[in-house]
Design a protein around this ligand. Sequence first.
Ligand SMILES: *[C@@H]1O[C@H](CO)[C@@H](O)[C@H](O)[C@H]1NC(C)=O
Length: 291
Amino acid sequence: MASSFSSIRVFLCFSLLSFAFASNFYQDFDITWGDGRAKILNNGELLTLSLDKTSGSGFQSKNQYLFGKIDMQIKLVPGNSAGTVTAYYLSSQGPTHDEIDFEFLGNLSGDPYTLHTNVFAQGKGNREQQFHLWFDPTKDFHTYSILWNPKHIIFSVDGIPIRDFKNAESRGVAFPKNQPMRIYSSLWDAEDWATRGGLIKTDWTKAPFVASYRNFNANACVWSSGASRCGSSTTTSTTNGGASNQGWFNQELDVMSQRRLRWVQKNYMIYNYCTDFKRFPQGLPAECRMR
Ligand SMILES: *[C@@H]1O[C@H](CO)[C@@H](O)[C@H](O)[C@H]1NC(C)=O
């Protein structure tokens, strides 16, 4: 009697813990468009977006965040994904919005995806860097992370930094730090420009195209009624505590991470606005001259 009671207690404990620590798409996100093409599955553990000739689909976070370390695992549209774009980004609202973008541009089977990144501050973007990946992003889930604190916006893939956008306010460059942002993702068609600059069109006989998401984790400051509260949105353990107590809030790249960043930029970067002298004949943007 006593032992079966305690095993029930242990069981309950475990299920509460796994509820508290597993990400749950029902809890953290709303499906915003696509008329049934976006689906939350497996009790909230998995989300899929789909695209066909009629429509794409998308979702957004319930919370708004002001700084954080935000991870999502994504498995991209497999096979011939030419013309499709899977966008995963943070954005605030309004004409002077801030935005931090990952966009995955599909390709023919066997040709590499392009990972496009950008940062907008006070409505101004034009800060593209593009990469190929060192793996096939359609075979498995991989982790795409944004570390956003007052000094850095660091984009990482499977924990390897690919881009470090530094605060260059000292050079008169706006930095996203006052406007809370939501997380958005969408799968849509951009055959006019996405693949080889629009040369390769979407093959609609392969539709529906599907991208999958799991294991969302936000160690972030959640914005609510004009104040932000820092902790982890998917665990119950840290509902309180100042952001400055969180490691990520002051994090920057250590020596090892800087070496990895250089490895990615040397071997996998295919476009960098900071070296596009033709595009900026009057001089490169000021943040490009930060060391
Ligand atoms: C598609 O593959 C071609 C050929 O390898 C490559 O040049 C291009 O960057 C790839 N990505 C896109 C989005 O076109």
